[in-house]
Design a protein around this ligand. Structure first.
Ligand code: URA
Length: 196
């Protein structure tokens, strides 16, 4: 049984392993007309407890990096590919990503951001539909079709990667600066994404 309220998912039992593990569904957060949307992988323990994406240590890193790039967190929409916490923080399975994809597509469609930033390998590969080397490709902008519409996707490392390897911070900064540029271009009326 599935029930949504606008872009929020209120009830969903498509993924039995995630239904068993979660304490709640973690929907996207932030303004619904944001210029920049960040796409993470799946909620962790902190997000599952608080019901919002990126509230743990990786959220602290993300907030700080967003601030450094001149993008206040309150101005971005943050969404996960999968809305329920996977057991033992494992990566979501392909089937789980596919089950949650209509919700992600609907949210991207509704928010209609100038740039989507993928935080880590799972969201990058999910949206670009190919294998991605996130450290090497961080800051690169790709055109992708999402829910039938052309979108700009900026590849980034996951904020948590910088906790294990501080040298990854430069890649995170590069990606967020690129997203800030794309959002700024749209504000100044330059360079809109054309049909392709
Ligand atoms: N990592 C993610 O990918 N998403 C979150 O919400 C938190 C950590």
């Amino acid at each position: 049984m599935e029930r949504t309220d606008g872009i929020d998912v209120v009830e969903c039992e498509r993924c039995p392993a995630l239904v068993d593990c979660r304490s709640r569904i973690v929907n996207g957060h932030g303004p619904v007309d944001a210029d920049v949307a960040l796409v993470g992988e799946a909620p962790g323990a902190n997000e599952d407890r608080e019901g919002r994406p990126f509230v743990g240590r990786s959220g602290d890193v993300l907030d700080e990096a967003l601030g450094a790039a001149g993008i206040p967190r309150e101005t971005v929409r943050i969404i996960n590919c999968v809305r329920c916490r996977p057991p033992d923080n494992r990566d979501p399975h392909e089937e789980e990503l596919a089950n949650c994809r209509p919700y992600l597509d609907a949210e991207v469609d509704a928010v209609d951001p100038e740039a989507l930033v993928t935080l880590g390998k799972v969201p990058a590969e999910h949206l670009l539909d190919r294998s991605v080397g996130v450290t090497d490709e961080a800051g690169e902008v790709y055109d992708a079709r999402i829910a039938g519409a052309p979108r700009r996707v900026v590849v980034s490392v996951h904020p948590a990667a910088t906790l294990y390897d501080p040298s990854q911070r430069e890649a995170l900064d590069r990606a967020l600066e690129r997203a800030a540029d794309l959002a700024g271009e749209s504000e100044s009326g330059q360079s809109r994404l054309g049909e392709f």
